[in-house]
Design a protein around this ligand. Structure first.
Ligand code: GAP
Length: 444
């Protein structure tokens, strides 16, 4: 994990927020490559969940909402973790994560057994809307994106003219004042979620839970997280939320343990019924086929963007020993991202930087590919070093413009370039005119 954190910082994937002021615990900034990676993930989720389907539409809700949303959803009363204080070193700790010594719980910071009783700590960030900081102005930064979907259910249903089963998808920020943010970005205080609320008839809920579990597992395969790194945990009934009729956690083998990436939950009609009761507005669906009015049931696949980005990096990270042309062994660090997720799709290199024709041709290729994908031009250093720098950030293809390309070694390879594939390090020659389709076919 240390190697991964250090690579993320060194190459501009993920950095501490407010670093020059000592940081802010549980908050992270994404640098140029991290931002591309995150965007690729979110765009692919949106493509799979919304654009390629007829039964799901998108929405983009506000982060601040009427406080009554959080009262009705139950978050104000119960969205909490048990917390204890250590009387010796004053650390605030999650009561359910304390280590045990000789059968007794103790403080993981100083080792003391002198801990307070556990009490509930609400995870929502409280804030005030408007100029007066009194009780009537209180609201919260949303701790999940889902509630915006539930409270807009009727509006979206009307404008989209969908029939059940149908879904509303959303990607956006969520905030939780976690007692112990930890494991890099895994448990943060500010993070993003990709959530789908899939509304259905009550009798279809159980079957749709299984359907969505399968769909979501396929999604992870399609972004390059192989099934042997995933684990499905079926939450036993006594551990599920009281309204849930089935929940699966999709877990990933992180270097720090097997931990949750996404929850797929059958939430019944709980959320819509709560909001219907609290707001006094009907959230019922009228089924034209049967003539019945009912509150739809919901199956919710809810994934974390930041956790999935971290999983993509952990799954891709690889150190290989390779032998160079002089027979010397060296370590090659590679991020073996699926080309679809890779922040940069193609590196473009003129063999020499002081040859105008090589540089001119390479720059022309950059301009022709730029509208179709993220490319990176690099002319500095030995070609092997340039390949290594791109391997380390996961660029799947490297295009080299050499003397064959510009016809200086005769006409046979003129107008062709070499494409080096990151994982196999194999090279093929391709005509410049076929470069775009060669790459586009492999990155989409
Ligand atoms: N609407 C349901 C919901 O929010 P959750 O299991 O609390 O369910 C869903 O959160 C996902 O959001 C998690 O599986 C995880 O990927 C992500 N997530 C939750 N808390 C997080 C945190 N503190 N830091 C990063 N990601 C988090």
């Amino acid at each position: 994990m240390e190697k991964i954190v250090s690579l993320c910082k060194r190459r501009g994937f993920i950095m501490q927020s407010s670093e020059i002021y000592g940081g802010l615990n549980g908050c992270w900034d994404y640098g140029p490559l991290g931002t591309e990676l995150k965007r690729n993930l979110k765009d692919f989720w949106w493509r799979r969940m919304v654009r390629e389907r007829d039964d799901i539409v998108g929405m983009d809700g506000s982060i601040l909402m009427n406080r009554q949303v959080w009262v009705a959803s139950g978050h104000e009363a119960t969205f909490s973790d048990p917390m204890v204080d250590c009387r010796s070193c004053k650390s605030r700790l999650r009561a359910d994560q304390l280590p045990e010594k000789d059968g007794k719980l103790h403080c993981p910071v100083c080792g003391s057994f002198d801990l307070t009783e556990a009490r509930a700590f609400n995870l929502m960030f409280k804030t005030y809307v408007g100029a007066t900081e009194d009780e009537s102005a209180i609201t919260y930064l949303r701790p999940e994106t889902a509630q915006a979907i539930f409270v807009q259910f009727k509006n979206v249903l009307e404008v989209s003219r969908k029939k059940v089963p149908f879904g509303i998808a959303q990607i956006g920020k969520a905030f939780r004042n976690e007692i112990n943010p930890r494991n890099f970005t895994f448990r943060s205080r500010e993070f993003e979620q990709m959530e789908l609320e899939y509304f259905c008839r009550p009798e279809d809920g159980v079957e749709l839970l299984e359907y969505w579990l399968k769909e979501r597992l396929k999604f992870y395969e399609d972004v390059g997280i192989s099934s042997d790194l995933l684990h499905v945990h079926k939450i036993p009934p006594e551990e599920r939320a009281h309204y849930s009729q089935g929940t699966y956690d999709i877990e990933f083998h992180f270097p720090f343990g097997v931990q949750e990436l996404e929850g797929v939950a059958y939430r019944t009609d709980y959320d819509l019924s709560q909001h219907q009761k609290a707001s006094g507005k009907s959230l019922e669906y009228f089924d034209e086929e049967t003539g019945q009015h009912f509150v739809p049931h919901v199956v919710e696949p809810s994934a974390g963007v930041d956790r999935t980005v971290l999983a993509l990096i952990c799954a891709a990270f690889c150190e290989e020993t390779i032998t160079d042309q002089k027979g010397k062994a060296e370590t090659r660090t590679v991020l073996k991202f699926h080309p679809r997720m890779a922040p940069i799709k193609c590196g473009i290199f003129p063999l020499l930087k002081n040859n105008e024709r090589l540089v001119g041709q390479a720059r022309e290729i950059v301009e022709s590919l730029r509208p179709h994908m993220m490319v990176f031009y690099d002319e500095s250093g030995a070609i092997g070093r340039r390949y290594r720098r791109q391997d380390e950030v996961g660029t799947p293809f490297g295009v080299t413009v050499d003397f064959d390309t510009i016809g200086e070694n005769g006409p046979s390879n003129q107008g062709t370039v070499t494409i080096r594939e990151r994982d196999s390090m194999k090279q093929v020659r391709v005509p410049i005119g076929e470069l775009k389709s060669f790459l586009v076919d492999r990155i989409n």
